[in-house]
Design a protein around this ligand. Structure first.
Ligand SMILES: *Cc1c(COP(=O)(O)O)cnc(C)c1O
Length: 489
């Protein structure tokens, strides 16, 4: 060790040694993750039982810490980076993203002000434009990066609230004002309601509008709901349309909803957290039809654009609306560049901001538009193949259209047809048994459109490493397990 380098942190020589070991670990892991169980085989409390109650009094060696990482953490991790991860919406911590994350921590930049992160600030603005172009969104949109879609939607609705009240809420709060209201479909993500809770509109400030037979927000019902609310003294504020809803991946008719918003003077926010990525392929540009008329849109590169957690891109037409809602500059944060450069702290809730654009930059450059589009197409095609197998099988049923890379399906033995309770129990048993062997992880949802709620298994494709053989393996195991469960029931 070179003692001439004085440091209270880890010595660079020691850092180098461990960094090499960690680099090897990462490459090995990515090579073997497929052999690990996707779903962690632990019970609640098992991890904490193995952790000391108190942090160490004296420092420990990195070798010990890394050994504990292998022993305690990895086996108790559900592997989102596994090609058999088909639950929720699959994502990818891709190679270029992993490398970027390491460098992000190394620079440890904080792009609150342009001055505190010139590269991070300008790269963030540029990569957001790259995402906009990748998805075919018009050039008048620009944006910034938030941690999650939930935050992006919160921030967008805060800008909407500012606009509809001419800034009065910012000064006086909501007390004494007529109630504000946000509209979204019954199938919209819970983050819309949560934003309403945070923004002081309350859960009742989020009105969920009925969907049509394909689970899409119905513009006529929306119009009627707005009219009804106005009669009762409620002030309509914004509509959140979703392209790729979380349960069924339905796509709201954004253009028709934009008409309603234009007539009513409402902010239109589009939640394309998952589905927006699909527009990277020319084949699927339709998913963002009408989005050019939105005020804001969120898409999560950490979901289906191969960027590691966390990276959510919020795009908007009028950046000044966000600045007006959020900017608060104490004297100690004033800088000479304030008039000529963008200080990203002015556009959202957080002051400190991670250098997230670096991983977005690495991923967009390493894959390139062509490979991103090809991967998205591959995933949509794999889901279509799987849907085709379901459709062609007597005892399997598909519950909703599958326009994206997610399929809702269930096993329906003839004896159980029409018995929702039995179908729920039967398919839950199939799912639990399937998830036990560790080769894949699927989740479930409940679909309701009139009548009884229907239990469905849910299979999403979105990990860059997922191949046709993984989906074939899943289908073979599903059929075998369905037979076994049916005979032991
Ligand atoms: C995943 C998802 C969200 C929430 O995303 P976070 O980044 O985890 O907050 C919101 N809306 C839709 C449609 C989603 O698919």
């Amino acid at each position: 060790m070179d003692e001439s380098v004085e440091t209270n942190d880890m010595h660079p020589d020691e850092l180098r040694r461990h960094a090499h070991a960690v680099a090897d670990w990462i490459a090995d892991f990515v090579g073997r993750v497929e052999d690990l169980p996707v779903l962690a085989k632990v019970r609640p409390g098992e991890v904490s039982a193995q952790l000391p109650a108190r942090a160490p009094e004296h420092g420990e060696s990195m070798d010990t810490i890394l050994a504990d990482f292998d022993r305690l953490i990895v086996p108790a991790t559900t592997h989102w980076n596994h090609p058999g991860f088909h639950a929720y919406f699959s994502n990818t911590g891709s190679g270029p993203g992993i490398l970027a994350e390491t460098l992000i921590a190394t620079l440890n930049d904080n792009a609150m002000l342009w001055r505190t992160g010139p590269a991070a600030t300008e790269l963030e603005l540029r990569t957001c434009s790259w995402v906009r172009d990748l998805l075919g969104i018009p050039e008048r949109f620009e944006g910034h990066i938030e941690d999650t879609a939930s935050t992006s939607t919160l921030v967008a609705l805060a800008a909407a609230r500012h606009r509809i009240t001419d800034g009065a809420v910012r000064e006086k709060g909501l007390a004494g004002r007529p109630p504000l209201r946000v509209y979204c479909s019954e199938e919209a993500h819970s983050s819309v309601e949560r934003a309403c809770i945070v923004l002081g509109l309350g859960v009742e400030g989020c009105r969920r509008v009925a969907v049509d037979d394909d689970f899409r927000l119905d513009p006529a019902t929306l119009r009627a709901a707005i009219a009804e609310d106005r009669v009762h003294g409620v002030v309509p504020m914004a509509v959140v349309a979703t392209t790729g809803t979380t349960s069924t991946t339905s796509v709201d008719p954004v253009a028709a909803i934009a008409d309603v918003c234009a007539e009513e003077g409402l902010w239109l926010h589009v939640d394309a957290a998952y589905g927006g990525a699909m527009a990277a392929s020319e084949r699927f540009r339709w998913v963002l039809d009408g989005v050019d008329r939105a005020d804001s849109l969120v898409v999560n590169p950490h979901k289906w654009l191969f960027v590691p957690m966390d990276c959510s891109v919020l795009l908007y037409r009028d950046a000044s609306a966000f600045r007006a809602a959020f900017s608060l500059v104490p004297p100690y944060l004033m800088t000479p560049e304030d008039d000529v450069a963008r200080n990203l702290m002015d556009y959202g809730v957080a002051l400190g901001r991670r250098f997230r654009s670096l991983k977005l930059w690495f991923v967009l450059r390493w894959f390139g538009r062509d490979r991103i589009a090809a991967l998205i197409e591959h995933h949509v095609d794999l889901a279509a193949v799987f849907a085709g197998w379901i459709d062609a099988s007597e005892d399997w049923e598909r519950l909703v259209p599958a326009p994206m890379s997610t399929v809702l399906y269930r096993h329906v033995p003839p004896a159980m047809a029409g018995d929702e309770d039995a179908l729920r129990a039967h398919n839950t048993a199939i799912m639990d048994r399937l998830n036990e062997d560790g080769r894949s992880f699927v989740s479930h949802t409940v679909v309701q459109r009139g009548g009884d709620p229907r239990f469905a298994l849910r299979m999403a494709v979105g990990n860059a490493r997922t191949q046709r053989r993984h989906v074939e393996d899943l289908w073979e195991r599903l059929q075998r397990i369905a037979g076994e469960v049916a005979t032991t029931a």
